[in-house]
Design a protein around this ligand. Structure first.
Ligand SMILES: Nc1ncnc2c1ncn2[C@@H]1O[C@H](COP(=O)(O)OP(=O)(O)OP(=O)(O)O)[C@@H](O)[C@H]1O
Length: 277
């Protein structure tokens, strides 16, 4: 299982945010700063997890990289190019499944390549290959409502990887799943990702999940979000979630990162309490 080594000297970063700030106009007309002066670099093939208190601006950071939103100030680049609209090289997986309920599993996975101009036969072949990799070869004729939540999530992964994304943005993709399914999905994601060379930015509330998956864990401040601290996860790969959790180094990293993240969570909670008072 190979994966491209991160931080190759001189390599153009896959993602580069420099001084990125995003302000939204609220319905009452005031400006709300969601992200402020954020610097973050992700290397080609690197897996970065982003953790931070609720509402701090993690999803907004992803929307800036995706091109769905533009920064108010600062710059966002993907492979050295200024982000200008939605890039076909960027794939997404969200908490909600982005499947078409009226299409079969196979048709759902074929849709992306077809939309990108791949011929019907080739698209079907690629889709079948990815469905086999996620263990759903026998389910290609089912409709999404006939699948379990974990299976639908595997369809979503096949749907994303079939487009060979250079960059994969994942916003709490497994948070609606039960704990066991979640661990299995994490393992499956690592297996699928290994060998693709894609860079991943994975937003989660779950620090266990972040450490088990990532090469680096980025801790965001209480909102407006900026990078507080970045931790390198020096655990060997290939990893499986259940095994890696038992490593003494995992526990040490958890303690170190939680010390940083916990402060921001407390700040956010106190603000909430202040507002409620
Ligand atoms: N389109 C928008 N218009 C106005 N405000 C927005 C918009 N999108 C996000 N916000 C605000 O920006 C802040 C950051 O939101 P964001 O969704 O990025 O946080 P988050 O860290 O992903 O949250 P969570 O952890 O709860 O998923 C929030 O206060 C949110 O209300």
């Amino acid at each position: 299982m190979v994966h491209v080594s991160p931080h190759k000297a001189g390599a153009v970063p896959a993602i580069e945010l420099t001084g990125a700030t995003k302000r939204f106009r609220t319905p009452s007309g005031t400006l709300h700063t969601a992200v402020r002066d954020l610097d973050l670099t992700v290397a080609p093939g690197e897996f970065v997890a982003v953790v931070g208190p609720t509402g701090c601006g993690k999803s907004t950071t992803l929307t800036l990289v995706s091109g769905l939103e533009e920064p108010t100030e600062g710059e966002v680049k993907v492979y050295g190019e200024h982000v200008d609209g939605i890039d076909p090289n960027v794939g997404f997986v969200f908490q909600q499944d982005a499947v078409f309920p009226w299409r079969t599993v196979l048709s759902n996975v074929t849709a992306g390549p077809r939309f990108r101009g791949v011929g019907a036969d080739e698209a079907r072949e690629k889709a079948r290959d990815w469905l086999a990799r996620v263990g759903l070869a026998a389910f290609e004729d089912r409709y999404p409502h006939q699948l379990s939540g974990g299976m639908r999530k595997r369809v979503a992964l096949a749907q994303t990887f079939v487009n060979d994304p250079k960059i994969l943005l994942m916003d709490e993709p497994f948070s609606a799943l039960d704990v066991q399914t979640r661990a299995l999905m994490s393992d499956q994601l690592l297996e699928l990702w290994a060998g693709t060379g894609s860079s991943v930015v994975f937003v989660t509330h779950d620090l266990d999940e972040a450490i088990a998956l990532a090469d680096r864990v980025v801790v965001m401040t209480a909102g407006p979000a900026t990078v507080k601290e970045v931790f390198t996860v020096d655990l060997p790969r290939p990893r499986t979630v259940e095994a890696v959790r038992l490593e003494p180094r995992f526990v040490e990293l958890y303690r170190e990162i939680w010390a940083s993240l916990g402060e921001e969570v407390r700040i956010t909670r106190e603000r909430g309490a202040g507002r409620a008072a």
